[in-house]
Design a protein. Structure first.
Length: 561
């Protein structure tokens, strides 16, 4: 199978399962999936895998996919997160049409199902505190003990549940629990809580409710309401499947969904725990949820990653039940391949070194046509200004070069891209011995970079004109964490693992003037340096570019100093 961008879509066990179900005639009206984020943070790259899977399978098999907010916890949810999630799903390239739902929109129906459980003897109101419930739950090797309130009659439980709904009890004083089996080997079946009391305003339902259903109760029933056929979730919910099935088997549901688990994404140098990401934001370690170092979709977008590159990444890593540890280079390669096709080229000098062409006329200037994309002539060209004084990359000059260094050094001739051949004749140093200026002569017969006598020149470097270029700020990014597989026992030791060089800001970079008009979000290949995206903080008087990814050539990478 292939996607629209002609990349091969690999087969996986969920796709095979759906194909087999349809071939057996199990779902004559088609399949239904859902992407069910909790609006308690921004979406991250792990969510991208789930989005691509759920929406992608629905599109592939002519089914439908719901975007449903599992908003059952008013403590941490907000309209800001709801808005951001919708924007991210659309940006990634998927459309839910008329299938936007909120679990909070089902609260009345969920409550009626809770009543049904109580009436049938499958749920009871428990007065134990959260600490007492944990203490009586038992362990993996020891059974739990029954609550002293487990034997309440259905009538008493119904009355207490109604009082809970009416707001007559304090937060934490009572919960509604399922009556299952306190000796079950699966801890999730040891009388789990179904409802808890929260006298707190909900972002979607306001103050209508003061009791809120638990996730493990809400999730399967929301699937049933929406007619979900294939409820896809990550492996950490495998043990929850028994409770998922129990809930569906003990109330009168309109349809019967089934849960299937797949492995979650684990990316090098990355954490996707919402608790840890929230800590990074709240403690201002990063510049908000869309900081380009964050693994959030908004952070990746701000850094310059394209939706196509993320879809390609999700497609390449595939879907399995084995734990995935993906190298960061896989993600970067997806970005490079897409941006190589789509990004316009431009000249920029990150760490400028002045180059003076001594035999070039002082007052002369000229313009060279530079291709906007060498592989796509239809994208045209732009005029790049040239004069006697230029900026070149500091790394493109070495006084005492090693073998196979083909850039500029004393006595060596190189090609200035699109312009002339120049030969280094003199080097100027400051008092500390640092190179501050390089003097050259140029060959007037080599306009366009092609010498009249046909001699071969190995080195080609980029440049900007001192007279025409504009100053810009460049932000260079490395992974936020030092370890390839960060592990934390708590947010308290988060700072110990941070990479102090995750952001390097350069304020005196020089860019060609055409870039001043670039719109926020536009991404360019700065020739020989990498791909850079216009940051949202940019203005014509202060352009700011975030490095998306460097080029493959290690010698041309901008080095953080």
């Amino acid at each position: 199978m292939r996607e629209n961008n002609n990349t091969v879509t690999p087969a996986h066990f969920i796709r095979q399962k759906i194909a087999a179900d349809l071939a057996a005639g199990k779902y004559p009206e088609g399949i239904t999936t859902r992407f069910p984020p909790e609006p308690n943070g921004y979406l991250h790259i792990g969510h991208a895998k789930s989005i691509c899977l759920n929406f992608g399978l629905a599109n592939e098999f002519s089914g439908r996919c719901f975007l449903r907010f599992d908003d059952t916890n008013p403590d941490r949810e907000s309209p800001e997160f709801v808005k951001a999630i919708k924007e991210d799903v659309k940006w990634l390239g998927f459309d839910w049409g008329d299938r936007l739902r909120h679990a909070s929109g089902y609260f009345e129906q969920l409550y009626q199902w809770a009543v049904e459980l109580v009436e049938n003897g499958h749920a009871y109101v428990c007065d134990l505190s959260a600490e007492e419930i944990r203490a009586t739950r038992g362990t993996l090797t020891l059974p739990g003990s029954n609550s002293p309130y487990r034997g309440r009659s259905a009538e008493e439980n119904l009355e207490l549940l109604a009082q809970m709904r009416a707001g007559e009890f304090a937060d934490g004083s009572r919960v509604l629990r399922a009556r299952i089996d306190m000796a079950s080997p699966n801890l999730h079946l040891r009388d789990p809580a179904l409802y808890r009391i929260r006298h707190q305003t909900h972002h979607n339902t306001g103050d209508t409710w003061c009791i809120y259903p638990m996730y493990d109760f809400t999730h399967p029933l929301s699937d049933a309401i929406e007619g979900v056929t294939h409820s896809l979730c990550t492996l950490e919910f495998e043990d929850n499947r028994a409770l998922y099935d129990w809930v569906l088997e003990h109330v009168s549901i309109p349809s019967r969904p089934y849960q299937t688990e797949f492995s979650r994404l684990s990316l090098e140098y990355t954490v996707v725990s919402k608790r840890l990401l929230t800590t990074l934001v709240s403690e201002r370690v990063v510049d908000g949820w869309d900081d380009p170092r964050m693994p959030t979709l908004s952070g990746l977008r701000r850094r310059g990653y394209s939706p196509a590159s993320l879809r390609d990444f999700c497609n390449r890593i595939g879907v399995t039940r084995n734990q995935q540890h993906v190298e960061l280079s896989v993600l970067e390669n997806c970005a490079r391949e897409d941006l190589d096709r789509t990004a316009a080229r431009a000249f920029a000098v990150i760490r400028p070194l002045k180059l003076v062409i001594d035999n070039y006329p002082q007052d002369q200037e000229e313009f060279f046509e530079a291709a906007n994309h060498p592989a796509d002539p239809s994208r045209g060209s732009r005029a790049v200004g040239f004069c006697r004084e230029l900026y070149i990359e500091h790394d493109d000059f070495i006084e005492d070069p090693p073998r196979k260094f083909f850039r500029l050094s004393p006595g060596r001739e190189v090609r200035l891209r699109y312009a002339y051949l120049v030969t280094c004749t003199k080097v100027i140093h400051d008092e500390q011995g640092n190179v501050t200026q390089v003097h050259c002569t140029y060959d007037p017969q080599s306009r366009g970079g092609n010498p009249a006598d046909g001699r071969k020149v190995k080195g080609t470097i980029h440049w900007t004109s001192v007279r025409h270029s504009k100053k810009a700020q460049i932000r260079l990014y490395q992974p936020l964490f030092k370890d390839s597989q960060p592990r934390f026992s708590s947010p308290d030791n988060l700072h110990d693992s941070l990479n102090e060089n995750s952001l390097v800001t350069i304020d005196d970079a020089q860019i060609e003037p055409s870039l001043v008009e670039a719109a926020v979000g536009n991404t360019f290949q700065f020739e020989r340096l990498g791909y850079f995206c216009v940051d949202r903080d940019s203005a014509p008087e202060q352009m700011i570019f975030n490095r998306t990814v460097p080029l493959r050539d290690t010698w041309a990478r901008v080095k953080a100093r």
